[in-house]
Design a protein around this ligand. Sequence first.
Ligand SMILES: NC(=O)c1ccc[n+]([C@@H]2O[C@H](COP(=O)([O-])OP(=O)(O)OC[C@H]3O[C@@H](n4cnc5c(N)ncnc54)[C@H](OP(=O)(O)O)[C@@H]3O)[C@@H](O)[C@H]2O)c1
Length: 333
Amino acid sequence: MSRADLRIMFSPGRVQLVQEETMDQAPKVLVTGATGLLGRAVCREFQNNSWAVLGIGFRRARSGILRCDLTDEEAVRGLLQDYKPDVIIHCAAERRPDVVERHTEAAVNLNVHTTSTLAKEAAACGAFFLYISTDYVFDGRNPPYGEDDTPNPLNVYGRSKLEGERETLRHCPGAVVLRVPVLFGEVETVSESAVTCLWLRVQEATEGSTLDHCQQRFPTDTRDVAAVCRKLSERARQDPSIRGIFHFSAKEQMTKYEMAIAIAQAFNLPSNHLIPLTEQPAASTLRPLNSQLNCSRLELLNLSVEPRPFTSAIVDSLWPFTPDKRWRQTVFH
Ligand SMILES: NC(=O)c1ccc[n+]([C@@H]2O[C@H](COP(=O)([O-])OP(=O)(O)OC[C@H]3O[C@@H](n4cnc5c(N)ncnc54)[C@H](OP(=O)(O)O)[C@@H]3O)[C@@H](O)[C@H]2O)c1
């Protein structure tokens, strides 16, 4: 990536929708993973609140999103030195546990080394750094988990994210680590999120579609996480005591089976083909049984948001995939 490219991308584009006249004064946020599930929502949340936004993507980067391979240290340094962000929200990661097990070196390079580079550069340029992490840093045996509870990841993905947390706080002591559980939101395809992909199982309507009914999850809307990221950023710019680890999660506890039933009910679809699986399958990648996050630190500081109810939020995500679109909401599109 050349600096000339960067200047081109700074000209008006999809990620910079703030008023022209306020651009000079607007605080600047750089969002990594801007083409991903969470990064898209984060870009939108900051744009809607008059921030100047530069979104970074890689393979899916299109107009308005800057293409930058974050594993290229020199490119990252040049980018930060040129853009001089006030805030960096680091969403880019390899977050599919099975892929991380199969391609560990590449995943660790992205999840750990890239995080380390960004944290060092954030500290050097005085930007507030927010690293998105996961409830998979916990083993799920003794929930709920507070920010100070000892992590014990069960899989390589969880270990790589925990390493990313440690690199973040080691190189940038003023940074925030925000741990979140399984996410859903506006998706390009239903398979993009572990929650929206249940749509396929609901629609299959074949006899005996089994779904996990052991692992307890707290599916959380990316719009709520994005709002928390903005609130944390705005407060941290005023108050340097906002640093360290925070948890954010929706409150509704559901297994995949229960999510699928809720989806079927929300769209008035049959659900009697869905069968709860009450024994843990011999999965290749271990996952925590219940890594519920205690979110009281955010709540006490009035930095949380009221999570959207699952049923209405999942309708917002899935209506574009219904045949007649009669569930159309006005939220995303
Ligand atoms: N999704 C969940 O259920 C979940 C749950 C808990 C925590 N999290 C955490 O939340 C964060 C966001 O996850 P997500 O679900 O939004 O992930 P995602 O949808 O898989 O998006 C990953 C992003 O990383 C970018 N990326 C990958 N390799 C890159 C590279 N070499 N250089 C630059 N960018 C690169 C991708 O860009 P391209 O696609 O353009 O290549 C994409 O924008 C992650 O830290 C994840 O660990 C996610």
